[in-house]
Design a protein around this ligand. Structure first.
Ligand SMILES: *Cc1c(COP(=O)(O)O)cnc(C)c1O
Length: 450
């Protein structure tokens, strides 16, 4: 079972250690965990303990600003690796957009996570993490190469998060032809320190190439590599902030809510579970998935069987081997039954997703993108008209998936200006095969310093 620390109410924080889910890498502090991304033993970094936040914090929650909540939650996790003024600066600069909780209809609320620059929730994690990395790298005067595999939204959020940041370059791998044209436009038109690779394969191939590169000792000697996927703890931490903020907006006098999270690599859900383990009153989580359903199958059978991913409308959730499951299992002592008490999981087809977009628009006027529609479906299935308040997370703006949304609602979602601007720019990408040696040579030729 996971251990809790009970002494974070005061101002002094002992340095938090991060350990690997594989158990053999030495413990590191926040700085090193963010810098490395993946632990050297191939595992994912997790905090050694989840800091238990004091009762007083939860009473005050509704009166705190978004930035104050973020700061108080982050502090015990980052310890002295980020001095207070730097942490405050990173939070206010990275998380400078609104995350409103709106009522869709009686008992059903939506937390809109898509008001960042790339219109998807990954902006939260990517912007916070990139600023942490830039701060740490600058401290040491080194050039950093960030490798990131994307199924669509990570690429644009990471590219935008790092764009123009000195001492850092970003290589984005995406499955050629399998991301939406808008998504592709968002990370292939920046140029500068951002390079996009169109991989002849699937998202799982991209993820495999990145993982193989991290495990390649010679490559790592010749360049300083890091990861910006949801495996980086620097992305997970800020994602937990908005779960507290959602409850702050709901009001703490309400019954504990059910929160439905549209899930692919399960980073978002992991962040929510960390918030709950710290004391946030969440009655139940729902992991809402499309037909890529290894997680509900795991809860049912206790066996985790990764599969090749299947393409769906909610393409950022097309993941057949969700990496963050390693963290979730770690938090719950690898006990599927224990996880299943806190998280229920349901799978939905593209047809059900389309029907939800249509139904919600017809009955409430609210527009859902396909990912948010899956979350909505999960929430409604879980609540089944019971009394608990429900929150579902809207992870992408409907304009990012405007064709599907228009087909189902009969209306074109309004395109926010920052998206329209990108659409006119020229695309730059390099085609590569899904074989590791080709990818490796590309990295060495382009970026190695020795
Ligand atoms: C990445 C993504 C998800 C899935 O989030 P995970 O943390 O990988 O589970 C859901 N919706 C959208 C729009 C995304 O971009």
């Amino acid at each position: 079972m996971y251990l809790f620390s009970l002494n974070v109410a005061g101002q002094q924080f002992k340095t938090m250690n991060y350990i690997s889910t594989n158990g053999t890498a030495p413990p590191v502090t926040f700085r090193e965990a963010v810098r490395q991304g993946q632990a050297p033993d191939g595992g994912l970094y997790v905090p050694e303990e989840i800091p238990r936040l004091p009762e007083a914090f939860f009473h005050e929650l509704p009166d705190l600003s978004w930035a104050e909540i973020a700061f108080r939650v982050a502090k015990p996790y980052v310890g002295d690796d980020l001095p207070d003024d730097i942490l405050w600066q990173i939070i206010t600069d990275a998380l400078n957009f609104n995350i409103p909780l709106r009522k869709v209809r009686e008992g059903i609320h939506v937390l809109e996570l898509f008001h960042g620059p790339t219109l998807a929730f990954k902006d939260v994690g990517a912007r916070f993490m990139s600023r942490c990395m830039a701060y740490f790298a600058g401290d040491e005067g080194k050039e950093l190469t960030i490798l990131v595999a994307t199924s669509g939204d990570t690429g644009s959020a990471v590219a935008n998060g790092f764009y123009g940041v000195e001492g850092v370059r970003v290589v984005i791998l995406y499955p050629d032809g399998k991301v939406s044209p808008i998504q592709e436009q968002q990370f292939t038109t920046l140029g500068g320190n951002i390079t996009a690779l169109a991989v002849d394969g699937t998202f799982d191939d991209c993820q495999r190439l990145v993982k193989t590169a991290f495990a390649d000792e010679e490559l790592n000697r010749r360049m300083l590599l890091s990861s910006a996927n949801s495996i980086n703890i620097g992305r997970l931490l800020p994602q937990s902030f908005y779960y507290y903020y959602a409850l702050a907006q709901l009001g703490m006098e309400e019954k504990a809510p059910v929160i439905s999270v549209p899930s692919g690599n399960f980073g978002n859900l992991t962040s929510g579970l960390m918030a709950r383990l710290s004391g946030l009153p969440v009655a139940q989580f729902v992991a809402a998935v499309n037909v890529n359903k290894v997680f509900p199958e795991y809860l049912e059978s206790g066996k985790f069987v990764p599969r090749p991913s299947i393409s769906t409308l909610s393409n950022a959730m097309d993941v057949g081997n969700p990496s963050n499951l390693a963290r979730i299992r770690h938090f719950f002592g690898d006990d599927a039954a224990e996880i299943g008490r806190v998280v229920h999981s349901y799978s939905f087809t593209d047809e059900e997703t389309r029907a939800a977009i249509r139904e919600v628009f017809l009955t409430t006027g609210y527009m859902l993108d396909p990912h948010s529609a899956v979350a909505y479906l999960g929430l409604v299935k879980e609540l089944d008209n019971d009394e608990r308040p429900g929150i579902f997370l809207a992870t992408a703006h409907p304009a990012k998936f405007k064709d599907v949304v228009a087909e189902e609602t009969g209306r074109l979602p309004e395109i926010p200006p920052r998206l329209a601007e990108r659409m006119g720019k020229e695309r730059q990408c390099v085609p590569v095969s899904s074989e590791y040696p080709a990818f490796r040579s590309f990295l060495l030729e382009r970026f190695a310093t020795t």
